[in-house]
Design a protein around this ligand. Structure first.
Ligand SMILES: [Zn+2]
Length: 299
């Protein structure tokens, strides 16, 4: 049983006319000399770009441009998440050496440093945003500031950037049992340390569907379209969270599960590899993409 979430309706009258321009996306080329793999795509995970990398998942802007240049030079075809999903459902084809670029966490550094590169080389990307943070972007320090609605709308309208939900305010860790083990707030039932009780199924469903519906409405307000892709925080997910998300209209799920994604697999789960780690190089990333595509693993 799902409990319909009560959500605050947001005035969307200003965003009805938004049209996505898909003309900017580079048309895939078949480079016969460099076919590493066919009928599959490797999805790359990036997070943050800063001139002062301070975490493992923060890279300098030069690295991101180097990665994109490498992808083009080495014969990879960067496709949109939409094309990948359609291909996974058997409704579209994939060019050889297909790659999808994804960024998690909705940081403004994506607009500042990655979006100019995407425009320069006409390559698409997916950005998964945490809507409680984009709504309160001003309260964050400059280097970790989230995107704002104007930036999100501009990028979406360019036709190069798709927007997915990374939850409204469930991008956190919570206690999940009496041993005070921690887990992702979206995937697990909360253990209350004061009452020593774990959330009931009904409480879990109510909390999670409210969170995801809020996120959906905010993204609709930004881009005039409801997202159908949910990116699971920390890659934590299970049947419980997938069922709750499906009841809110989400159809496809981005994880941190290692592996590639195959044409006509009919899978709704999208596997990825790490790309935005600052101990990687563009050369190593190339090897990792090919290695992943050649790894035989069930979707
Ligand atoms: Zn995240």
């Amino acid at each position: 049983m799902t409990v319909p979430a009560k959500i605050e309706m947001i005035d969307d009258s200003s965003c009805k006319e938004i049209k996505k321009n898909t003309q900017n996306i580079n048309k895939p080329k078949e480079n016969k000399n460099k076919i590493y793999y066919k009928d599959k795509a490797v999805v790359l995970t990036y997070h943050h770009i800063s001139q002062n990398p301070f975490t493992l998942i923060t890279i300098k802007s030069e690295r991101f441009e180097k990665d994109v240049k490498m992808l083009i030079k080495e014969g990879f075809n960067v496709v949109s998440i939409e094309q990948l999903i359609n291909a996974m459902q058997g409704k579209d084809v994939l060019p050889p050496n297909a790659v999808v670029i994804t960024f998690d966490d909705g940081l403004e550094s994506f607009y500042k440093y990655a979006f100019p590169v995407l425009k320069k080389y006409s390559v698409p990307a997916l950005m998964s945003i945490i809507t409680s943070r984009t709504e309160n972007y001003k309260s964050f320090k400059e280097d970790i500031r989230p995107l704002n609605s104007v930036e999100i709308k501009e990028m979406y309208e360019s036709g190069l950037v798709d927007i997915a939900s990374h939850t409204h305010s469930s991008h956190d860790f919570i206690y999940i049992n009496s041993k005070l083990k921690k887990g992702g707030k979206l995937a697990f039932k909360i253990y209350d340390i004061e009452t020593k009780k774990i959330e009931t199924d009904e409480e879990y469903i109510k909390r999670v569907t409210e969170d995801l519906n809020t996120s959906k409405e905010i993204i609709y307000k930004y881009i005039g379209k409801y997202p159908d892709i949910l990116c699971f925080p920390f890659g934590h997910y299970g049947k419980r969270s997938i069922d709750a998300a499906k009841s809110c209209g989400f159809k496809y799920f981005i994880t941190t599960q290692y592996g590639c994604n195959t044409y006509n697999s009919k899978s709704i789960i999208i596997n990825r590899i790490r790309a935005g780690d600052n101990n990687l190089t563009s050369e190593k990333l190339k090897d990792n993409i090919i290695k992943c595509a050649k790894t035989v693993k069930k979707d």
